[in-house]
Design a protein around this ligand. Structure first.
Ligand SMILES: [Zn+2]
Length: 101
Protein backbone atom coordinates (compact mmCIF):
# COMPACT_ATOMS: atom_id res chain seq x y z
CA UNK A 1 0.00 0.00 0.00
CA UNK A 2 1.41 3.39 -0.95
CA UNK A 3 1.55 6.26 1.51
CA UNK A 4 -1.09 8.16 -0.43
CA UNK A 5 -3.69 5.43 -0.54
CA UNK A 6 -3.11 4.80 3.14
CA UNK A 7 -3.99 8.39 3.97
CA UNK A 8 -7.15 8.18 1.90
CA UNK A 9 -8.24 5.20 3.96
CA UNK A 10 -8.28 7.23 7.15
CA UNK A 11 -11.79 8.49 7.67
CA UNK A 12 -13.40 10.16 10.60
CA UNK A 13 -15.75 7.77 12.32
CA UNK A 14 -18.67 8.74 14.48
CA UNK A 15 -20.50 6.64 16.97
CA UNK A 16 -24.17 7.63 16.98
CA UNK A 17 -26.56 6.87 19.80
CA UNK A 18 -30.35 6.58 19.70
CA UNK A 19 -30.52 9.47 22.12
CA UNK A 20 -28.81 11.64 19.52
CA UNK A 21 -25.26 11.92 20.83
CA UNK A 22 -22.36 11.82 18.40
CA UNK A 23 -18.83 10.78 19.36
CA UNK A 24 -15.76 11.03 17.18
CA UNK A 25 -13.86 7.77 17.45
CA UNK A 26 -10.84 6.20 15.80
CA UNK A 27 -10.86 3.15 13.55
CA UNK A 28 -9.22 1.22 16.35
CA UNK A 29 -11.89 2.23 18.86
CA UNK A 30 -14.60 1.29 16.37
CA UNK A 31 -13.17 -2.21 16.01
CA UNK A 32 -12.93 -2.56 19.78
CA UNK A 33 -16.46 -1.32 20.39
CA UNK A 34 -17.94 -3.58 17.75
CA UNK A 35 -16.19 -6.65 19.11
CA UNK A 36 -17.31 -5.78 22.65
CA UNK A 37 -20.91 -5.46 21.50
CA UNK A 38 -20.69 -8.70 19.56
CA UNK A 39 -19.29 -10.36 22.65
CA UNK A 40 -22.39 -9.32 24.57
CA UNK A 41 -21.16 -6.33 26.60
CA UNK A 42 -23.86 -4.28 28.33
CA UNK A 43 -21.87 -1.09 28.78
CA UNK A 44 -19.02 0.05 26.58
CA UNK A 45 -16.37 2.70 27.07
CA UNK A 46 -16.29 5.08 24.15
CA UNK A 47 -13.76 7.61 25.40
CA UNK A 48 -11.93 8.63 28.57
CA UNK A 49 -15.01 9.76 30.51
CA UNK A 50 -17.79 8.41 28.36
CA UNK A 51 -19.48 5.09 28.83
CA UNK A 52 -22.68 4.09 27.21
CA UNK A 53 -25.26 1.36 27.46
CA UNK A 54 -25.26 -0.88 24.44
CA UNK A 55 -29.05 -0.47 24.16
CA UNK A 56 -28.41 3.18 23.18
CA UNK A 57 -25.95 2.19 20.45
CA UNK A 58 -27.27 3.07 17.00
CA UNK A 59 -24.24 2.63 14.83
CA UNK A 60 -20.83 3.78 13.67
CA UNK A 61 -20.69 5.82 10.50
CA UNK A 62 -17.93 7.59 8.61
CA UNK A 63 -17.98 11.36 8.20
CA UNK A 64 -19.12 11.04 4.59
CA UNK A 65 -22.35 9.36 5.65
CA UNK A 66 -22.94 11.86 8.43
CA UNK A 67 -22.48 14.80 6.05
CA UNK A 68 -24.83 13.29 3.48
CA UNK A 69 -27.41 12.63 6.15
CA UNK A 70 -27.15 16.19 7.42
CA UNK A 71 -27.56 17.58 3.91
CA UNK A 72 -30.67 15.48 3.35
CA UNK A 73 -32.08 16.67 6.65
CA UNK A 74 -31.48 20.23 5.47
CA UNK A 75 -33.51 19.51 2.35
CA UNK A 76 -30.63 19.23 -0.10
CA UNK A 77 -30.61 16.52 -2.71
CA UNK A 78 -27.91 14.76 -4.71
CA UNK A 79 -28.28 14.60 -8.47
CA UNK A 80 -27.09 11.87 -10.83
CA UNK A 81 -23.81 13.77 -11.30
CA UNK A 82 -23.05 13.52 -7.62
CA UNK A 83 -23.56 17.22 -6.91
CA UNK A 84 -25.59 18.47 -3.98
CA UNK A 85 -28.32 20.97 -4.74
CA UNK A 86 -30.37 23.09 -2.41
CA UNK A 87 -34.02 22.35 -1.89
CA UNK A 88 -35.99 23.50 -4.93
CA UNK A 89 -32.85 24.16 -6.96
CA UNK A 90 -32.74 22.56 -10.37
CA UNK A 91 -29.79 20.51 -11.52
CA UNK A 92 -27.74 22.18 -14.23
CA UNK A 93 -24.89 19.70 -14.08
CA UNK A 94 -25.81 18.01 -17.37
CA UNK A 95 -25.67 21.32 -19.23
CA UNK A 96 -22.45 22.32 -17.51
CA UNK A 97 -20.91 19.02 -18.53
CA UNK A 98 -22.04 19.45 -22.10
CA UNK A 99 -20.10 22.72 -22.32
CA UNK A 100 -17.13 21.29 -20.52
CA UNK A 101 -17.54 23.41 -17.41
ZN1 LIG B 1 -26.70 18.46 -10.50
Amino acid sequence: MTQQSKELDIKKLYLITYSGAKFLITNEQADKIVSLINAGAKVIKISENNYMGVSDFKGIYDSKNIEDDLRRKNGQWKCEYGTWHDKGQECGCGIAKQYGL
